[in-house]
Design a binder for this molecule. Structure first.
Ligand code: FES
Length: 147
């Protein structure tokens, strides 16, 4: 699809990825505006339904960005988030979607460059995959209705 600009939702842990995004900003490291950040107190608070809702609401790609292994401020929220991401990836595959539309990423608060690189790379990956099947379905339906 020409000129496709994906909508990407990033659930970012307050203690790491969100702070890393802030750091990227203060160091003037740019990342694509396609990535919309939702700050969460810990990735352990991100449930499967939140990921699915993001897709339902129009996201072409979703990632959950939490603290490095062993660094979660709530003990194992990032591990639980990783399990949930893997679970939702399986659901996506069963629906015939590409599981790579969803990812779990970890980083520390000081990794502003990593945050920006992740945002760029994930955006590029979703550009290659194209619009989400929900968007494609809506576009096709709209075109059929228009005649
Ligand atoms: Fe960052 Fe749990 S506090 S993932």
């Amino acid at each position: 699809m020409e000129n496709f600009e994906p909508e990407i939702v990033a659930f970012c842990c307050h203690y790491c990825a969100y702070t890393a995004a802030d750091m990227a900003g203060s160091k003037r490291i740019s990342y694509p505006p396609n990535v919309k950040i939702i700050r969460v107190p810990c990735t352990g608070k991100v449930d499967a339904i939140h990921m699915m809702k993001a897709f339902e609401k129009g996201a072409d790609g979703v990632y959950v960005a939490g603290c490095l292994e062993g660094d979660c401020h709530f003990k194992n929220g990032n591990t639980r988030a990783g399990y949930r991401v893997a679970y939702v990836q399986k659901i996506l595959e069963e629906l015939g979607w590409e599981k790579d539309r969803l990812a779990m990423i970890t980083m520390s608060a000081g990794m502003g460059e990593r945050f920006a690189r992740t945002a760029r790379e994930f955006t590029e990956k979703i550009k290659e995959l194209g619009p989400s099947p929900i968007k494609q379905f809506n576009t096709d339906t709209h075109q059929q209705a228009a005649g």
